[in-house]
Write a protein that binds this ligand. Structure first.
Ligand SMILES: Cc1cc2nc3c(=O)[nH]c(=O)nc-3n(C[C@H](O)[C@H](O)[C@H](O)COP(=O)(O)OP(=O)(O)OC[C@H]3O[C@@H](n4cnc5c(N)ncnc54)[C@H](O)[C@@H]3O)c2cc1C
Length: 350
C-alpha cells in the first residue's frame, strides 16, 4: 500500500543515486559488498533498465587530519580496512588524481578510489522493482495510505487499515517501509518512539561553462560534497546539504544558503569549471535519519510480526538489492538475518 504514487519520495526524482562503498560506515561494508555483486545484473533480473553504471568512486583528501576520522594520516588504515571488509580500495596520490581529473584543485593531496562504486537511476529502478513485483503476483495499490496497523501481540487480528483498500488481514508479517513516516506510524500504532527524524536532502543540477570530464562518483573527505556528472555534462551535487520543511505545503523547500554552500564546495574542489548555470534544485523528497546514521530494520518492540525498515540516513539506496532480499527473509522466517545484526533497534536502547 503506497500513500501516493510509486517513486515520488526518496526513491524517485531526477538524476542518479550513488552506489557507494567508499567511506561508508564499516558496519555496512559487508552489505554493500553483496550489493556490488547484484547491481550489474539487476536490470536483467527485473526486466527493465536501472541506469546502473559502475563508475568507480573517488574520495578526495585535502587535509593532513580531519578530527579523528580522516585526512592523509588515516588514508592507509581506511584503505586496508575497506579492502578487508569487501570494498576494494586503492590510494591515489595527488599526481594520480590530477592526471585523471586535471580540473581538481592543487589543494587535493590524495584520494581513496573504490573501483566497484557506481551510480544508479533511482526512479527507473524503483519502477522496475514495482513492475517485477506485480508480475510475480504482488498487489500494489497507490493513493492508499496506511491509516492503522493492528498486531496480534496486542490481542487484535493481524492486519492494516488503508485509505482505499480498507481492512486487510496479514497472513504472515507486516512491513512498515514508509521511510520518513515510519516513525509516526510506529508511535501512533504501538506507542514506540523510534530514534529517527525527517530531513530533506538537497540535490542541485548545474551546467559548467567549461566541460567537466569526470567519469567518477566523487566524494570529499572533509567537505560536504558529492558529485556526479551525467552523459550530457550536467553536474549533480548532493552529499549532506539539506532543505527545510515548508509548513504550508508539508514538503521540503530549498534553503538558498545551503544551495550556495554546496556550489562553493564544488568550486573550491574543481576551480576550473568557469561559471555555473543553475538548472534545478530539489529538496522535496523526505528521508529518515537515525542517531548513528545506520538504518533500523527490526520488529517493533511489543509487536509480534510488525517489522520496520527506516533510518536510511541519506545512503539507503546503494544497499537496496542486498537489503531488500534480507528483509524478505526476515519477514518470511521471523528471524533477523545475521547480516542485519547492526540494524537492531536495541543498539539504540538501554
Ligand atoms: C536528494 C537525495 C539524495 C540521495 N542520495 C543517495 C545516494 O547518493 N546514495 C544512496 O545510497 N542513498 C541516497 N539517498 C537515500 C535514498 O534515496 C533513500 O534512503 C531510499 O530511497 C529510501 O527508500 P524507501 O523505499 O525506504 O523510502 P521512500 O522512497 O521515501 O518510500 C517510502 C514511501 O512510503 C510512502 N508512505 C509514506 N507514508 C505512508 C503511509 N502511511 N502509507 C503508505 N505509504 C506511505 C511514501 O509515499 C513513499 O513513497 C538520497 C536521498 C535523497 C532524498
Amino acid at each position: 500500500m503506497e500513500a501516493g504514487e510509486i517513486a515520488t519520495e526518496a526513491s524517485g526524482g531526477g538524476g542518479k543515486r550513488g552506489v557507494r562503498g567508499n567511506r561508508r560506515d564499516i558496519r555496512e561494508l559487508p552489505l554493500i559488498s553483496e550489493a556490488y555483486q547484484l547491481w550489474p545484473t539487476l536490470a536483467e533480473e527485473l526486466g527493465a533498465p536501472t541506469g546502473y553504471v559502475r563508475t568507480g568512486g573517488l574520495n578526495l583528501i585535502e587535509k593532513e587530519s580531519v578530527g579523528m576520522r580522516g585526512g592523509m594520516v588515516a588514508a592507509e588504515a581506511i584503505r586496508a580496512t575497506q579492502n578487508e571488509l569487501g570494498v576494494p580500495t586503492e590510494f591515489w596520490t595527488a599526481e594520480d588524481v590530477r592526471e585523471k581529473l586535471p580540473q581538481t584543485s592543487t589543494s587535493i593531496r590524495g584520494a581513496l578510489y573504490a573501483p566497484l562504486d557506481g551510480v544508479a537511476g533511482h526512479q527507473d529502478t524503483t519502477l522496475a522493482y514495482a513492475a517485477a513485483a506485480r508480475r510475480e503476483g504482488a498487489e500494489i495499490t497507490e493513493h492508499d495510505p496506511v491509516l492503522h496497523i493492528f498486531d496480534r501481540g496486542n490481542g487484535a487480528c493481524h492486519g492494516v487499515e488503508a485509505g482505499r483498500s480498507g481492512l486487510i488481514r496479514a497472513s504472515q508479517a507486516i512491513l512498515i517501509a514508509s521511510n520518513a513516516s515510519a516513525g509516526s506510524l510506529a508511535t501512533e500504532n504501538f506507542g514506540c518512539r523510534l530514534p529517527t527524524w525527517t530531513a530533506y536532502p538537497q540535490a542541485v543540477w548545474l551546467r559548467p561553462e567549461n566541460e567537466f570530464q569526470c567519469p567518477y562518483l566523487i566524494g570529499h573527505d572533509n567537505r560536504t560534497l558529492s558529485v556526479k556528472v551525467d552523459s550530457e555534462g550536467v553536474i549533480q551535487l548532493s552529499g549532506g546539504w539539506r532543505g527545510r520543511l515548508d509548513p504550508l505545503t508539508g514538503s521540503g523547500t530549498p534553503v538558498e544558503d545551503n544551495v550556495d554552500g554546496s556550489i562553493r564546495e564544488l568550486e573550491a574542489t574543481f576551480p576550473g569549471l568557469g561559471s555555473l548555470t543553475r538548472l534545478g534544485v530539489d529538496t522535496s523528497r523526505a528521508e529518515s535519519g537515525s542517531v548513528d546514521q545506520l538504518p533500523i530494520i527490526d520488529t517493533i518492540p511489543g509487536t509480534q510480526g510488525v517489522v520496520v525498515a527506516t533510518g536510511w540516513s541519506g545512503h539507503g539506496w546503494a544497499l537496496l538489492p542486498a537489503v531488500s532480499a534480507l528483509i524478505a527473509e526476515f519477514l518470511a522466517t521471523g528471524t533477523r538475518p545475521r547480516q542485519l545484526e547492526h540494524t537492531a533497534i536495541n543498539r539504540l536502547r538501554g
